[in-house]
Design a protein around this ligand. Structure first.
Ligand SMILES: *[C@@H]1O[C@H](CO)[C@@H](O)[C@H](O)[C@H]1NC(C)=O
Ligand SMILES: *[C@@H]1O[C@H](CO)[C@@H](O)[C@H](O)[C@H]1NC(C)=O
Length: 240
């Protein structure tokens, strides 16, 4: 009987120690700590704190699959946390703030339009887009902030590359410095909007490879895409 009780207590403790809490949303006044994660409704994507293999630094990021963990996006890529005491908060203005253990801001989202918000929530959508939206407003056009506007090194379906001429926002991919360090590395993959927009792979300021301009079907220097049941590209070119 006693050994049964000991076994029961031990397995209870182990389940507390190994089960990380997963949240659906983060609201003002609520925090997500290292060890807790946000999970998309369908369960495919998870956002939380991680260390790249070979590193002890902590980063807020989002990934697909647990093992091997495929990191798709990193928030504080230029400013790592040195311990596992990081905390993610959302302000009543809908700004995400990542604090370290001494309460210094390590990273924050910056909603260009500082709209007045009633009830902002942060949520990880089934597309892998980490968004801040007004509580009852699910319209993507009204998102206050979204990780899809701030690509890291991975493009996933639904994301866009290129320039918004109205907001001047330029979305491009950039390599990690190394497998252990997600800070911005040498290579970037972007659209140069001058003239007929071109797809460029750059190393620093040097153009490494050109994909050519969009000809209506493909970029001129890339092979015509084979019919692909999974992937279609869409190119938008107008005054905005
Ligand atoms: C928190 O960040 C501040 C500012 O970057 C830094 O000076 C401080 O050492 C950090 N604290 C810890 C525990 O890393
Ligand atoms: C957002 O960006 C503006 C300028 O681009 C800056 O003045 C402001 O301090 C930033 N806010 C945060 C929370 O980083």
């Amino acid at each position: 009987m006693a050994s049964f009780a000991v076994f029961f207590v031990c397995s209870f403790l182990i389940s507390i120690l190994t089960t990380s809490t997963s949240l659906e949303t983060i609201n003002p006044g609520q925090s997500m700590r290292d060890g807790e994660t946000l999970v998309s409704a369908g369960g495919s994507f998870e956002l939380g704190f991680f260390s790249p293999q070979g590193s002890t630094s902590r980063y807020l990021g989002l990934w697909l699959d647990k093992s091997p963990q495929t990191v798709l996006w990193v928030a504080n890529r230029e400013n790592s946390l040195s311990d596992n005491m990081g905390v993610l908060n959302i302000t009543t203005q809908g700004i995400l703030i990542l604090l370290n253990s001494t309460n210094h801001i390590v990273w924050s989202s910056n909603s260009s339009a500082s709209r007045t918000t009633q009830n902002p929530v942060a949520q990880l959508l089934d597309s892998g887009n980490f968004v801040v939206r007004e509580g009852n407003d699910y319209n993507p056009a009204n998102f206050l902030w979204q990780s899809f506007d701030h690509p890291c090194h991975t493009l996933i379906p639904g994301m866009r590359l290129g320039v918004n001429f109205v907001t001047r926002m330029d979305r491009f991919l950039s390599s990690w410095k190394s497998a252990e360090d997600p800070a911005r590395g040498e290579f970037s993959f972007r659209i140069d909007p001058h003239g007929y927009p071109q797809l460029l792979l750059k190393r620093g300021n040097t153009t490494w490879q050109r994909g050519g301009s969009w000809d209506g079907i493909k970029f001129t220097s890339t092979p015509r895409p084979k019919d692909n049941p999974v992937l279609t590209n869409e190119f938008v070119f107008n005054s905005k």
